[in-house]
Design a protein around this ligand. Structure first.
Ligand SMILES: NC(=O)c1ccc[n+]([C@@H]2O[C@H](COP(=O)([O-])OP(=O)(O)OC[C@H]3O[C@@H](n4cnc5c(N)ncnc54)[C@H](O)[C@@H]3O)[C@@H](O)[C@H]2O)c1
Length: 433
């Protein structure tokens, strides 16, 4: 039995998670909870300080979960790369954004790996969790690791496991969401599966790193394309004079062969607007044009414009120009009940409304302040809602008091069907996507 396998089985393996964000911190908590001495390594010193004080900055991880792990010594934060040398398993969870040209930006993985290289030693398992294009682990990461002289498959173990965490999801967490695992060799897969099975309920091995990378991109491309389709259905329903939400709800009664997706003001978050571009970029290098991805991207990216035009039309009906109108954007997080504004379509809607001369404010109980166009906006209180010419509901947070907002607002553009219960009573002032 290999040393690593023994250490996994008796829980003496040391785990270092590189990048303690939305993905890395929940992972570190599960690993520590399973009994592994775990270090959350991050270049953000403020995050490390908070971890070591037992304070969580990730809403899904409560202090009461984190603090006992820190107190018991099972989990700690570190920003000194020396911790990597004593690790048996290293899990990389750093961001993988897009460049301005929409090409993959994998520089943070390369930087993190560069930091790891001086501490790499025989017997270690490295698992990449950051979303990448098919081939990255095999073509780029393996080469970078092997610059040390160590060889993957001969002493060094390397695998890719796509992360599926859904922030704010109270049903499916890191632990009970099945995890796909593809190693560079069958032994790499076996060891990585053994480790993950200690704290993830269901680990699903696949034949290679490339396959595991593609699984993630299929999942998120599936979402992006279906959201693109339903956004286009919303545009079609508007032309046909039909209620999109009624159509989707009725179609969703079909017990097979249909899965409802809902329109909205555009894609947001770190994954759905980003990941399909990783796939289409890779395919371009193989002289293939990923047409569904491009088309869905075009439709989804156009939704903030659609929202602004609907609002302008609704104001026009009331003989008000957009210019000079006071507009309150309700909800700026990219999805309900979270504080994350990365890639949020609210940023585009605010920018477009301002470009047309509207006076835009926002209210979001999860987002105290917001940077847009080099300016900081702060969340405004809801009390004076009647003083706005229009309210644009972009994120349907559960905590909003929809009946009161509907009663007090002058005009509401509802992009999420959040006011479905109020629509009949306030048909004259609620406009939907
Ligand atoms: N957030 C999600 O919902 C989600 C879901 C599935 C997959 N993913 C993928 O997981 C990866 C991580 O995303 P995230 O949301 O956790 O990002 P995040 O921004 O929340 O966290 C990343 C952390 O990495 C740190 N970091 C950056 N460079 C580093 C370095 N060189 N060394 C150490 N730490 C470094 C940052 O300081 C940050 O704390 C991305 O590839 C993302 O696409 C995210």
């Amino acid at each position: 039995m290999s040393d690593l396998l023994k250490k996994i089985e008796d829980r003496s393996a040391k785990v270092v998670v590189i990048g303690a964000g939305y993905v890395g911190l929940p992972f570190a908590v599960e690993s520590a909870s399973a009994g592994f001495e775990t270090v959350a390594f991050d270049i953000a010193k403020d995050k490390i300080a908070q971890i070591n004080e037992g304070k969580s900055y990730i809403p899904d991880i409560k202090d009461k979960t984190l603090a006992p792990l820190v107190e018991s010594g099972k989990l700690r934060g570190a920003s000194d790369p020396l911790v990597m040398g004593s690790a048996d398993a290293l899990v990389i969870c750093v961001p993988t954004p897009l460049k301005k040209t929409k090409d993959p930006d994998v520089s943070l993985i390369l930087d993190a790996t560069e930091t790891l290289l001086p501490h790499l030693r025989r017997g270690q398992l490295i698992v990449l969790e950051s979303t990448v294009y098919p081939g990255f682990t095999r073509e780029i990461l393996k080469d970078q690791l092997e610059r040390t002289g160590l060889k993957v498959g001969r002493g060094l173990h390397l695998a890719f496991s796509p992360e599926r965490v859904d922030p704010g999801n109270e049903t499916f967490t890191t632990k009970n969401t099945p995890k796909v695992m593809g190693g560079m060799t069958p032994e790499c897969t076996r060891l990585a599966v053994k480790l993950y099975e200690c704290f993830i309920d269901n680990v699903v091995p696949v034949s290679s790193c490339d396959a595991a990378e593609m699984v993630k991109l299929l999942e998120n491309t599936f979402r992006a394309v279906n959201i693109g389709l339903v956004n286009e259905v919303a545009l079609m329903c508007e032309k046909l004079g039909l209620d999109t939400w009624e159509i989707i709800d009725a179609a969703a009664t079909k017990p097979f062969g249909f899965m409802p997706f809902y329109p909205g003001p555009g894609l947001g978050g770190h994954c759905i607007p980003v990941d399909p571009h990783y796939l289409s970029w890779k395919l371009k290098t193989l002289e293939y044009n990923a047409r569904f991805i491009e088309l869905a991207g075009e439709i989804n990216a156009g939704m903030p414009n659609v929202v602004v035009q609907l609002l302008a039309d609704a104001l026009n009906e009331r003989e008000k120009p957009v210019k000079g109108s006071k507009v309150l954007v309700l909800g700026v997080a990219y999805k309900p009940n979270v504080d994350d504004v990365r890639e949020s379509p609210a940023l585009d809607v605010i920018r477009l409304l301002r470009r047309r001369g509207a006076h835009v404010s926002y209210h979001d109980p999860y987002v105290a302040s917001l940077r847009t166009n080099g300016e900081t906006m702060t969340s405004q209180p809801l009390e004076s809602i009647g003083g706005y010419d229009a309210v644009a509901l972009l994120t349907n947070h559960r905590c909003f008091d929809y009946p009161t907002i509907a009663a007090q607002a002058q005009l509401i553009l509802d992009t999420r069907n959040a006011f479905r219960m109020q629509r009949a009573d306030f048909a004259d002032k609620i406009v939907t996507l």
